[in-house]
Design a protein around this ligand. Structure first.
Ligand code: DGL
Length: 302
């Protein structure tokens, strides 16, 4: 994979020109995990058109290292800007945010870029026992960005950091048996759970894939233990960011659409979107599926 030339992205919307409220919002992840964020974005911003990109050909990001993930993130952003002329980018991936959000902002300074990070601050506020488990990818937990966040909150709670190797991949592949086994293993490492002194009463889901395994994770903790993810806060933040720049879409004449893009296996992404987005967007009106980043022909829209 070679790094894209940012100047080539200027065909549709010159980089540095003012983003336009009529353009879509780009959202991306290594795979289907970012759909947990897109679901919240669609609920919060019902007038917006979204282009969701799953970088499935290069997933999982979590155990690959910063340089690899940064290269992927730059390539995906380049594609979303160059082909779709997005007005804002939501990095719906903790691992990619940690590895690349600063590079994305440096490369495209006129583009609003919303990143996300494991919800340690909300967890500190929510926790009564002051014992918090953080489930995330190895890449996120090893990143300098996460290190700074952890350091800043160190005195305020005890954090148990659990790198969940393989879990995002198992969720991505829809492998229920492996997902169940890994949830049991990592929740075992994160506990003991409970509401008494010394027990973990708050679990941070620090990877956007993990909300899709929520029932399997919840099964290993007693009633009252809280699970916190970042979908809703990121959606609220995105609204604030684009509103501040005058980029909120007005009510469209027809229902806004969703474009699904991927670097591999678009059928899998399409099925996951139908499954995970349906509860909050029952009538998903105009889903169109377009070509992978680097290979294959366009898949017919529906
Ligand atoms: N969903 C991503 C995250 O939030 C990445 C998972 C992966 O590709 O390992 O970190």
């Amino acid at each position: 994979m070679s790094l894209p030339d940012a100047s080539a992205a200027s065909a549709d919307r010159p980089i540095g020109s003012a983003p336009n409220a009529d353009r879509p919002i780009g959202v991306f992840d290594s795979g289907v995990g970012g759909l947990s964020v897109l679901r919240a974005l669609q609920a919060e911003l019902p007038h917006e058109h979204f282009v969701y990109f799953a970088d499935t050909a290069h997933a999982p990001y979590g155990e690959r290292g910063d340089a690899y993930v940064a290269e992927c993130a730059l390539a995906v952003a380049h594609e979303l800007i160059g082909t779709h002329g997005i007005k804002a980018l939501v990095v719906a991936c903790n691992t990619a945010t940690a590895a690349a959000v600063h590079l994305l902002r440096a490369q495209w300074p006129a583009l609003p870029v919303v990143g996300l990070e494991p919800a340690l601050k909300p967890a500190v506020t929510a926790s009564r026992t002051g014992h918090i488990a953080v489930l995330a990818t190895r890449g996120t937990l090893a990143s300098a960005k996460f290190g700074r966040l952890h350091e800043a909150l160190r005195g305020q709670a005890q954090f148990r950091l659990v790198p969940c190797d393989g879990l995002a991949d198992a969720i991505e592949r829809d492998d229920a048996i492996k997902t169940g086994a890994l949830c049991a293993r990592y929740m075992g490492a994160a506990g003991p759970f409970g509401l008494q002194a010394g027990e973990v009463d708050t679990v941070v889901l620090g990877c956007t894939h993990y909300p899709f395994a929520a029932p399997l994770l919840h099964a290993h903790a007693p009633e009252g233990v809280r699970f916190i993810d970042t979908g809703v806060p990121v959606a609220l933040h995105t609204r604030r960011v684009i509103a501040a720049q005058g980029l909120l879409a007005g009510a469209p004449a027809s229902a806004p659409g969703l474009t699904l893009r991927g670097s591999a296996d678009l059928a899998h992404l399409q099925a996951a979107a139908a499954r995970w987005l349906a509860p909050s967007a029952p009538s998903l009106p105009k889903v169109s599926v377009s070509a992978p980043l680097s290979a294959g022909a366009a898949v017919a829209g529906r």
